[in-house]
Design a protein around this ligand. Structure first.
Ligand code: SF4
Length: 65
């Protein structure tokens, strides 16, 4: 099973911290909202989960695809 990052849009406030933590997996649009790039490979799962925990709004989630 593979995983990807998902954003709870109503909760996201475009802090951009997720992009700072995972710049190759999350880009920002012109307003600072995250754009997910591809899936989360197994060797990046711990890093992705740590980024999700670090989101100030708890708006970032690692979900199964
Ligand atoms: S850190 Fe959280 S609130 Fe900030 S842009 Fe990323 S998902 Fe949104």
């Amino acid at each position: 099973m593979s995983q990807r990052l998902r954003v709870d849009w109503p909760s996201c406030r475009a802090h951009g911290l997720c992009h700072e933590l995972l710049p190759d997996l999350i880009r920002l649009d012109e307003w600072g909202y995250p754009i997910m790039v591809g899936q989360v490979e197994d060797d990046r799962l711990a890093e992705a989960r740590a980024a999700a925990r670090a989101c100030p709004r708890l708006a970032l989630h690692v979900v199964d695809t």
